[in-house]
Design a protein around this ligand. Structure first.
Ligand code: ZN
Ligand code: ZN
Length: 256
């Protein structure tokens, strides 16, 4: 039994030469789960040779473009590749309204598989997926638009928490207490604290405070702002608070 997460994008809204917008592939047992799907995610998946055959579902944390603009491209590609198994998409209900006309327009009669849409309420903590081995629950977050993180629990084993865009929110601590791996957004460094607050994001230090107070085993930080060139500054500030921190570098896989 192993768990790992591959980082496909760890930038924020403005893509840079260093980073693409958010996307991660979580592998638990024999299943793969895509978490967020910013622009460029499918390209990185292909470049890394990640197979989509075991991709069963996609979880979208919120509807800012840097977390969902890649989904229509991915769906179109999967259809061109003649996928037949359904793809389950878990997201705020508005995504269905936005996505279905695009699927109809671009894929239309050629669509080779069904996209099964599961509307979620990001403001409520709820179990949204469960099978024999894994449960997924939402973690309500504080951001400009309805946003949630996701807690993946392998029954009796590992736990992975994905904390998407949010301002510092200690409310989430009881839900993520002691997880094996926590990904927490870390958009800014201390220097940009005022901007961080105004845009409802977290600093690296705040992400580390959440990790420390929730006593998680390891912390990954990402969603780096284009305003900070040297990512070592994020790491440096987080490490002052929580020693088991790593940068969510793209194309790297982290086991837990
Ligand atoms: Zn974002
Ligand atoms: Zn956002």
């Amino acid at each position: 039994m192993t768990g790992s997460v591959t980082i496909l994008g760890s930038g924020s809204a403005l893509p840079t030469f260093q980073n693409s917008p958010s996307g991660q592939m979580l592998h638990l047992n024999d299943k793969s789960f895509l978490i967020d799907c910013g622009e460029g995610v499918q390209l990185t998946m292909r470049q890394m040779g990640l197979k989509t055959a075991r991709l069963y579902s996609v979880f979208i944390s919120h509807l800012h473009g840097d977390h969902c603009f890649g989904l229509i491209g991915l769906i179109s590609t999967l259809s061109m590749m003649k996928r037949t198994q359904p793809l389950h998409v878990y997201a705020h209900k508005d995504l269905q309204k936005l996505l279905h006309p695009l699927i109809d327009y671009h894929c239309g009669d050629m669509m080779s598989f069904e996209v099964v849409f599961h509307p979620i309420s990001p403001r409520k903590q709820a179990v949204i997926f469960e099978d024999r081995n894994v449960t997924v629950e939402t973690i309500p977050l504080k951001h400009k638009v309805p946003t949630c993180g996701f807690l993946f629990t392998e029954k009796g084993q590992r736990r992975y928490a994905y904390i998407s865009d949010t301002m510092y929110s200690p409310k989430i601590i009881p839900q993520i207490e002691g997880v094996d791996l926590l990904y927490h957004e870390s958009t800014y460094t201390d220097e940009h604290e005022a901007r961080c607050k105004a845009t409802t994001h977290s600093t690296a230090r705040q992400a580390a405070m959440i990790a420390r107070d929730a006593q998680v085993k390891n912390l990954l930080i990402g969603h780096f702002s284009a305003r900070v060139d040297d990512h070592r500054q994020f790491l440096h500030e987080a490490l002052e608070v929580f020693p088991d921190t790593r940068l969510a570098e793209e194309r790297k896989t982290f086991e837990f």
